[in-house]
Design a protein around this ligand. Structure first.
Ligand SMILES: *Cc1c(COP(=O)(O)O)cnc(C)c1O
Length: 387
């Protein structure tokens, strides 16, 4: 068994006759057969030969194999976006009459899938708070609960959920435990070691890390991945081989990038924690974080996101964004470039004040995705904008 960093660099499609060093890109929609018998056998699932890139593709497989190795999973399937990984994991495994239990602090589009689309197919859903106790999680389980779904750290509240505690409850009840590991990445935490059966990712964020392509992946138990694969190969959210090639190359630098993102973020968090323009600041590896004890148990570092609440609410938030000179105003996160966002006036503007309050999105909340620029330059831009 090699180490995670080595797998992310050395797992590669078998070398072709051209003897390339860097991985080739298999930009092809279909694959050829030497004769009718080989083609028949492939279609009959008697061989592993590639048929069509909606089913499988070597570039996509290489990215998937790396993610399987990094997460310590049995199998995986890569998808066109994080949302197709999330929704594929729901649609392939839940049926009419099943119940999905989720943490309420989740990515906006995931909330839309759960609250709007699952009920259309007769799938029940309910939420628990990110601060729920073990007793509250247990009380939320129904006889027909089929899956528990959560993100940790949450977006943008940065709450940390105790994966071992929830994984134990899921195991006791034979419930599929599905974790969105987008914010932490496998460099920082391994949900499968805490009882997760499935791990989903938006590869668009830290895995790409340079804001170039969309992608997603689900890894986990072989029997569950098989169902997700069969669903996706028929419904069609296949990852483009070009995007897979980009993502596979990105994974070669994931470990060093995440280390720097986290050390820059910790520095920014420490420097801003007591700033007079800031009410409260959240970073999982600061002792002031309400879930600090769980964070240091299940995470290697605090990650690359820092959130703070400006005094002066929504107007202060907008003014802060307008005063930034270097940080980008953009919807993405997990980029080499530092990004600032103001959820109350943008991504979460459609929610009511009460709904925002329930998931800790206060009017003055600012989320910083800390990039790889020099940490003093990032800090100085934030400081001048606060002033
Ligand atoms: C962005 C994101 C997603 C969705 O991924 P896309 O690649 O945009 O489809 C899902 N979960 C989390 C936590 C995210 O940040």
């Amino acid at each position: 068994m090699s180490h995670q960093q080595t797998d992310a660099i050395r797992i590669q499609t078998a070398r072709t006759n051209e003897m390339e060093h860097s991985t080739p890109m298999f930009l092809t929609s279909s694959f050829c057969f030497d004769n009718a018998e080989e083609m028949r056998a492939a279609f009959a699932d008697e061989s592993d030969d590639n048929i069509y890139s909606r089913f499988s593709n070597p570039s996509v497989q290489e990215f998937t194999d790396k993610m399987v190795a990094l997460e310590g999973a049995e199998a995986g399937y890569a998808t066109a976006s994080g949302m197709s990984a999330v929704s594929g994991s729901f649609m392939a495994l839940l049926k009419q009459g099943d119940h999905l239990l989720a943490c309420n602090s989740i990515f906006g589009s995931t909330h839309t899938v759960i609250a709007k689309y699952l009920p259309k197919f007769g799938i029940e859903q309910s939420y628990v708070s990110a601060n729920a106790t073990e007793a509250e999680w247990r009380a939320a389980i129904r006889p027909n609960t089929k899956m528990i779904y959560l993100e940790t750290p949450t977006n943008p509240g940065l709450e940390i959920l105790d994966m071992s505690m929830i994984g134990r409850i899921a195991k006791e009840h034979g419930i599929i435990f599905n974790v969105d590991n987008c914010f932490a990445t496998p460099v920082n935490q391994l949900p499968i070691q805490h009882g997760a059966d499935l791990v989903v990712h938006s590869a668009t964020k830290w895995l790409d890390g340079q804001g170039r392509v969309l992608g997603g992946v689900v890894v986990g138990r072989k029997d569950l991945i098989k169902e997700i694969y069969l669903f996706c190969r028929s419904t069609g959210p296949a990852l483009s081989p070009f995007n897979a090639w980009v993502l596979s190359k990105s994974l070669e630098t994931l470990d060093v990038r995440m280390e720097r993102h986290a050390s820059n973020a910790l520095y920014i968090a420490q420097q801003l924690e007591n700033h007079p323009a800031i009410n409260t600041l959240r970073y999982p590896f600061l002792a002031s974080h309400p879930h600090h004890a769980i964070a240091i148990q299940q995470m290697k570092n605090g990650g690359g996101i820092v959130c703070f609440e400006l005094k002066g609410g929504i107007e202060a938030g907008r003014k802060f964004l307008d005063a930034l000179k270097m940080l980008s105003l953009t919807a993405n996160l997990g980029d080499t470039r530092s990004i600032a966002s103001h959820p109350a006036s943008t991504t979460h503007a459609k929610l009511s004040e009460a709904e925002r309050q329930a998931v800790n999105i206060t009017p003055g909340l600012i989320r910083i995705s800390v990039g790889l620029e020099n940490k003093e330059d990032i800090l100085n831009d934030i400081l001048q904008a606060l002033g």
